[in-house]
Design a protein around this ligand. Structure first.
Ligand code: SAH
Length: 349
């Protein structure tokens, strides 16, 4: 199958330029069109010679990514996109607009093998890894949409479907292109990758010199409870995550984030706050408290605002840095995997 134009690399662009007999700077111009400007249609590459455009068009499938559904929440702060990745499969990507910030949330896999008890992404298991180009397609589709709304993309969070650390082979090259000045040019510190903690991947991610932000989906203060919420045998233990956070700080000078989804009656009692403060004592990082977005298929409930406030205040009083994620995209099912789930359950046309 012809690869998507977003699979283009510096090397393959240079090769195509050489084969087409055009000077090397044409390759750079091509990359600027594709990743710098997100223009994926050769007819709009106005400063490139037609012979070169034809060669690119023959080697790659050009044109915009196949967005099959877009949903906007009533407050217009969140837009959710479903991208067709072939084989009757789709992945989700989200644009979140908040003040001056416009954040793109990206998926790394079709489905997810982790199967966190509260998350819709794993309900059908893992289908496959996304390629570098499919990850970049999500970014470019949303960046173009955001630009049309007059909102330059400021941040990327890899918190969509899938476990990023199980697809670093494609994710790291995609992020490198997003980060490179002659790619998309987004600052590494504005790119956050979220993981349940897969030891080998986290190690590799820590060795990667780019200054990405690392987030751990912790969700519980001890291994027993965490094992129930994140039933993934390969997930790191709480102690291993704490160690990895220290290592990340040493290696990159970057504090990590701990995501903690609040599930009513499950992980947000005062005893959990106490245990969490104990676990994270002396760790430089921020706890991001995330009130659960209810998924009908899941047994969990969102706690009341009173419980959310009490839990976060308790952590603060115990010396932790805490942020509470605002309710976003609730009405359009923006929590991981929810839109795809709904589209999957629709009767076939
Ligand atoms: N596998 C990686 C990347 C997925 S992002 C990881 O687990 O980190 C996972 C994040 O999605 C969770 O930390 C949580 O913040 C969010 N999430 C998923 N489903 C949710 C739901 N129903 N309500 C609130 N947040 C949810």
């Amino acid at each position: 199958m012809t690869p998507r134009i977003t699979e283009l690399t510096r090397e393959s662009a240079a090769e195509l330029a050489a084969k087409s007999g055009v000077p090397a700077y044409r390759a750079k111009q091509l990359l600027a069109w594709v990743f710098g400007r997100g223009v994926l249609d050769p007819s709009r590459w106005t400063d490139l010679p037609s012979g070169f455009k034809d060669a690119v068009g023959a080697a790659y499938a050009t044109g915009d990514p196949a967005v099959t559904a877009v949903e906007t929440d009533p407050g217009s702060t969140t837009e959710k996109f479903l991208l067709d990745v072939g084989g009757a499969e789709t992945v989700e990507a989200v644009l979140i607009m908040e003040g001056d910030r416009s954040t793109v949330c990206l998926s790394t896999q079709v489905g997810c093998p982790v199967k966190c008890g509260f998350c819709a992404s794993g309900l059908f298991g893992l289908k496959r890894n996304l390629t570098r180009g499919e990850i970049l397609d999500q970014y470019l589709a949303i960046r173009n949409r955001a630009a049309a709304l007059g909102r330059p993309v400021t941040n990327v969070v890899v918190m969509g479907m899938g476990e990023p650390m199980l697809n670093l082979g494609n994710l790291l090259p995609a992020l490198a292109t997003m980060n490179d000045p002659d790619g998309c040019g987004l600052g590494a510190r504005h790119i956050t990758v979220s993981t349940v903690g897969v030891a080998k991947g986290v190690e590799r991610f820590t060795e990667e010199p780019r200054q990405y932000t690392l987030a751990f989906s912790l969700h519980a203060p001890d291994d027993a409870l965490r094992g129930e919420i994140v039933p993934f045998p390969a997930a790191m233990s709480c102690a291993e995550i704490v160690d990895a956070a220290h290592r990340y700080l040493r290696a990159k000078g970057r504090e990590v984030t701990f995501e903690y989804v609040l599930l009513d009656e499950v992980n947000c009692r005062p005893s959990h706050a106490r245990a969490l403060a104990e676990l994270l004592r002396g760790v430089r990082g921020t706890v991001n408290v995330i009130p659960f977005n209810e998924v009908p298929e899941q047994p969990f409930r969102r706690p009341s605002d009173r419980v959310i406030d009490a839990f976060s205040d308790d952590l603060r009083a115990r010396g932790l840095k805490v942020t509470v994620r605002k309710r976003k995209g609730h009405d359009i099912a923006a929590a991981c995997g929810q839109l795809r789930l709904r589209e999957k359950s629709k009767p076939a046309p």
